[in-house]
Structure formats: C-alpha cells, structure tokens
Design a protein around this ligand. Structure first.
Ligand SMILES: Nc1ncnc2c1ncn2[C@@H]1O[C@H](COP(=O)(O)OP(=O)(O)OP(=O)(O)O)[C@@H](O)[C@H]1O
Length: 351
C-alpha cells in the first residue's frame, strides 16, 4: 500500500522523468527552482497530464501508463492549490460537503463529514455559514484543505499551499496543516518553494531540476549533506565540488584549497560549511589551522539580527555575521575582506 510512480512526461521541448515513492501516512515534498517540472509532476499524478512513459500505481492499482489513463474524477485525489478556489456562492460548509455529495454520499452524511473536517482544521461552527469572501485568506485556505480531504482521498496533492498567504496567517495555517497531515493515513505530495514548509511538513524531500531528480532523502540527511547547489541554498550551506584530499587539503575546481578535519577517502568530494562558521576581517587573520581566503563583498543583506554577506574571490561564499561585526567592519559592496573558516567546521563527503 503506497504511491509508486515513474513519471515520464513530455511538454514541448521539456521532459520530466522522475521516480517517486510515498508511503501511507507520509508526506513527500518536491522542491526545485522555477520551471523545474514540479507542477507537471502534480498534474501527472492528478490525471491532468498524460504519461509518455512510466506508470502511476496507488495501493496496487494502476492509475496511469502511456496506454491507460484513469480520468481525474476516478482517481482518489484531493488537490489544494495556492489560491483556495472555493465556490464563491456557497458557504464554507457547503463547499466542503460538495465533494462527498457529488460522489453520491447522502446529504446528512456529507454534512457530518464536512463539519468534522472543518473542526479538525480548527474552524469553529461560527465560520460554517460564511461565504469565502467573509473569511480571511488563512481561514479560506483551511476550508479548501477540508474540502480536499472530505472525499477521503488516498493521495493528497498540495501545490504551494501556503505561498499566497500573508506572513501573519502563514504560521497558523502551516500548524493546522501539520497537525492534519500527522493524522492523515493517505499519501501526500507537497510542492513548495519554502524550505520551512518542506522541513516542517515533509518526511521525505525530492529536489528536481530540469525535470530530473537531483537529490532525495529524509530532511535531516539532505540538510547535512547537500549534493547540488540549489539543495545547498535551501539547506543554507556553502557547497563546493572538490577532488581528492592530500593531507586534509582539498582543491576546488577554481584551484582554491580548502582544509577539512573530516577523514576523506573518496576521489570526488563535496565540501560544505555553514555561513555562521565564517569569520570576516579587514586583515589577514593569524593562525595556520584555518582556511583563509581573500574576497570582495558582493552584497550585504539583513535578516533580523544577522547580516548575510556574499563574497566573491578565491572561494565564493556566504557569511553570516552579527550586526556588531558588520558595524565594526563597516562592510559595503566592493570592499576587500578576509574570510576564515576552521577546518573542523568544514564537512567533506563523497560526490
Ligand atoms: N503545456 C506545455 N507546453 C510546453 N511546455 C510546457 C507546458 N507546460 C509546462 N511547460 C514547460 O515545462 C517546464 C516545467 O514547467 P512546470 O510548471 O512543471 O515547472 P515548475 O517547477 O512547477 O515551475 P514553477 O516553480 O515556476 O511553478 C517549463 O519549462 C515550462 O515552460
């Protein structure tokens, strides 16, 4: 019992070719840059895009192959898009009851299901009679989630479910979604751009680029060992491809040397370190056990109490420094600085 798919979809010149497996009760998050093929994957699962290769199998039933196509209404799927797409003339309760009713469920049963789904998402009775325009965006999105679940789908497809919400309501809806997913025994596929959604809602992550999977695995593993520049960006790490190590020193494609305390046995390696491990200074630092590189400030951005400084130079990198350090260093774009990173902060793993 699970969702197993190999999706081969041709869209003009663009090809999607990915393998997916989702176990019951689990959520798979699909991440990737714009145009990577994420929506195409959801459309294939929902029955809105035809398979040119591969198959979709749900609980041992074949939903699609290039020769067979179960139509969307015959697939046990609930879909939630970024925008709630509720029927504007129906109340919240009618919107949720619509799915089961249109599938032939008796009215009193359909309304019982609808009331239960709304309650599970924390929407009190007082909201049931309201039309979508009388609800906040966050409440409307919870109604839409209740509607997607009211038909008891085996597969729940979430397409950027929180991206259209304002920053104030996003955490509330994320929390309601997380609680509901923890209680959902079907298979969920979540498409998102937001690392926070992926890390808080998903059991497994799959990163796609140009229609292919570049990395997949449990979030903890991906955050520890990214193997692709986009994955590293989401994981918040500096990442480089390197060759073999000689006495703890690896060489990047640029020729720059980087020292790690990790044992390295592979010929091809990834090297990574967090932006918080970088110390910046106006002068070359003393001490020999550290990595020291000269660079030029490309950009400085503030997020809360942290200044994120992007450097280009021997090693392009991102450094997170305190506001105090920023004020002390007086850094601005174009300035020359020295960056240093302890060898014990540099992770190396096979490529
Ligand atoms: N009907 C179509 N005909 C031709 N090309 C298409 C069609 N639909 C999508 N594409 C192309 O397929 C690629 C993948 O599109 P898709 O919408 O799946 O990406 P995405 O990862 O969801 O992107 P975004 O994050 O921007 O929503 C894009 O290059 C897009 O231009």
């Amino acid at each position: 019992m699970s969702l197993r798919a190999r999706l081969g979809v041709q869209r003009g010149h663009f090809t999607v070719d990915v393998d997916l497996t989702v176990e019951p009760g689990h959520t798979l998050a699909i991440l990737g840059p714009n145009g990577a093929g994420k929506t195409t994957i959801l459309h294939a699962l929902a029955g809105l895009a035809h398979l040119d290769g591969g198959h979709i199998t749900v609980d041992e039933t074949t939903w699609a192959t290039p020769e067979t196509d179960l139509p969307p209404e015959k697939r046990s799927v609930g879909l939630l898009a970024a925008d709630h797409l509720l029927f504007p003339h129906l109340s919240a309760l009618d919107n949720v009851a619509f799915g089961p009713r249109s599938r032939g469920t008796r009215a009193d049963t359909a309304y019982d299901i609808a009331r239960r789904e709304l309650a599970r998402l924390g929407l009190a009775d007082t909201f049931h009679a309201r039309r979508p325009h009388q609800l906040s965006h966050g409440q409307a999105q919870r109604v839409a989630l209740a509607r997607a679940l009211a038909t008891h789908p085996r597969v729940l497809l979430l397409d950027e479910p929180l991206s259209a919400l304002d920053p104030e309501s996003r955490p509330t809806v994320r929390q309601a979604l997380a609680a509901r997913l923890a209680d959902f025994d079907g298979m969920t596929v979540l498409v998102t751009h937001d690392p926070l959604d992926a890390l808080t809602l998903a059991d497994e992550l799959t990163f796609v680029r140009d229609g292919r999977v570049v990395q997949s695995g449990p979030p903890q593993q991906i955050v520890r060992e990214p193997r692709d520049p986009y994955v590293a960006q989401v994981a918040g790490l500096n990442l480089y491809a390197a060759g073999p190590a000689r006495e703890g020193t690896l060489h990047l494609a640029s020729g720059a040397a980087i020292v790690t305390a990790d044992p390295v046995i592979s010929r091809e390696n990834w090297v990574s370190f967090p932006p918080s491990a970088v110390v910046l200074g106006r002068h070359r630092p003393d001490g020999s056990a550290r990595n020291t590189w000269r660079g030029r400030v490309a950009r400085v951005e503030l997020t809360g109490q942290i200044a994120r400084v992007s450097l280009t130079g021997e090693v392009d990198l991102v450094a997170d420094i305190t506001l105090g350090s920023l004020a002390e260093l007086h850094l601005a774009a174009g300035d020359e600085v020295w960056a240093s990173v302890k060898a014990t902060e540099v992770r190396a793993y096979p490529r």
